[in-house]
Design a protein around this ligand. Structure first.
Ligand code: ADP
Ligand code: MG
Length: 236
């Protein structure tokens, strides 16, 4: 039957870079309380889709809907205010600011600027100890990924968009990440995860969309979809 009402939805998205078609009519739903994953080989269009959802790229065709409202023309900062938060594939923390200051910025730019939400985010991602007063510069990748996640979560988002959140993490960190993301989804946040790590996706996602050459070529629960689409063969 039909899934839950989507918080965020893509409908028929088309993107061209010069003569090259990067997205060729992509549609999917991101629902509250679920982890939705997008997988596929390099160049499939995953990050391009992500940018259309976050508002950093305007598609040539198609629509992005938030709570059923057309936000296709809303710039990224306005979407953040509505509750569409994201992290970056290339880490984008402010190096001279402390961990807590970085996370506070997320609350200030988010849906709700609540100091309690900053503390909750620091706690949730294990950043409420002495590390909170350290400048971000020089912290290990795993810690910086958690700073980014905490910053995105501190604005009380309705949707969290994560582009390769496991990149650069070791096995224990990936397992910890999966636990936190599951907890966020269980708490009602809608999560979209673009990810190369198919073991993480298999253990984390409720729904997986496999992309190839700018299209969604398979969708469903992780069990069948990842194997049926041959996604495991294109693993880097
Ligand atoms: P993925 O994230 O799945 O690896 P991308 O969305 O980054 O894929 O890229 C999809 C395709 O679009 C690739 O062939 C890539 O080379 C191309 N592409 C991405 N960004 C640009 C750009 N700014 N200009 C031209 N081509 C681009
Ligand atoms: Mg990418």
């Amino acid at each position: 039957g039909p899934g839950p009402h989507p918080v965020l939805a893509a409908r028929g998205l088309r993107v061209r870079y010069g003569g090259f078609t990067a997205l060729d009519g992509v549609g999917l739903d991101v629902a509250a309380g679920r982890v939705t994953a997008v997988v596929g080989p390099n160049g499939a269009g995953k990050s391009t889709l992500f940018h259309c959802l976050a508002g950093t790229l305007r598609p040539a065709g198609g629509r992005v809907l938030f709570d059923g409202w057309d936000v296709t023309r809303l710039p990224a900062h306005a979407r953040t205010r509505l509750g569409i938060a994201r992290t970056f594939q290339q880490l984008a923390v402010f190096p001279t600011l402390t961990v807590a200051e970085n996370v506070r910025i997320g609350a200030e730019h988010g849906r709700i600027a609540d100091p309690a939400a900053v503390e909750r985010a620091l706690r949730l991602f294990g950043l409420d100890g002495p590390v909170r007063t350290l400048p971000a510069a020089g912290l290990p990748t795993g810690t910086l990924r958690r700073v980014e996640l905490a910053r995105a979560f501190a604005g009380a988002p309705r949707v969290l968009l994560l582009d390769e959140p496991a990149a650069g993490l070791d096995t224990a960190e990936v397992a910890a990440l999966a636990r936190v993301l599951r907890a966020l989804a269980a708490d009602g946040t809608a999560l979209l995860v673009v990810e190369h790590d198919l073991d993480l996706v298999a253990g984390l996602a409720d729904v997986v969309h496999v992309m190839a050459a700018g299209r969604v070529v398979a969708s469903g629960p992780p069990g069948g979809v990842l194997d049926a689409a041959g996604a495991r063969e294109v693993r880097p």
